[in-house]
Design a protein around this ligand. Sequence first.
Ligand code: SF4
Length: 214
Amino acid sequence: MEFVKTKTILSKVKYGNEWYGIDYNMNLYKGCPHRCIYCDSRSNCYRIDNFDVVRGKENALYILECELSKKREKGVVGIGAMSDTYNSLEKEYEQTRGALKLLAKYGFGVSIDTKSDLILRDIDLLKEINSKNNVIIKFTITTPHDKLAKIIEPNVCVSSKRLEAIKTLSDNGIFVGIMMNPVLPFITDSEEDIKELVRLAHEYGAKFIHTYMG
Ligand code: SF4
């Protein structure tokens, strides 16, 4: 994996607490390999070249520990706004797992946006963080149909796997729900499919289902 230089990892979120339930934000990777057809992080306005190629951030965990140790306010740290932190390289590099260890060590909470069931690997750390602060897991699921998920989100596990991950997290006392975003016109917006996803959310123990319907 290629690494890019960075001076900071953690950034304070000004209005995040009311809207997203987070106080800080961080992205441990640059780029995302999931190749969702609707991904707006690829937009030119973010100026990320080769967005589909994941790059790590050099000394990310060292920088993060320095930042966490100096913070007086033990808030909730959001991960995954601009890329899925559980990408295919995380299995080997464990940047996210390392960051969760640090959040647990310094008493911070965490909010993770993901589509990957790789998050289950870190359930031990999520439970540890949950015992001291808040944990919010937001699984994006856009369709109840695995075949369609494979087309619109080709490089990540299908919807049924994400639902199973939700069930496991929920059974372990983790606050977890579904982000039904985006709702794609003529592709995922039938009343039948939306109702089915809401039903599945309930069946698999999701504590919320949220959408912008935009
Ligand atoms: S998981 Fe998110 S960041 Fe990654 S390709 Fe899909 S929409 Fe983009």
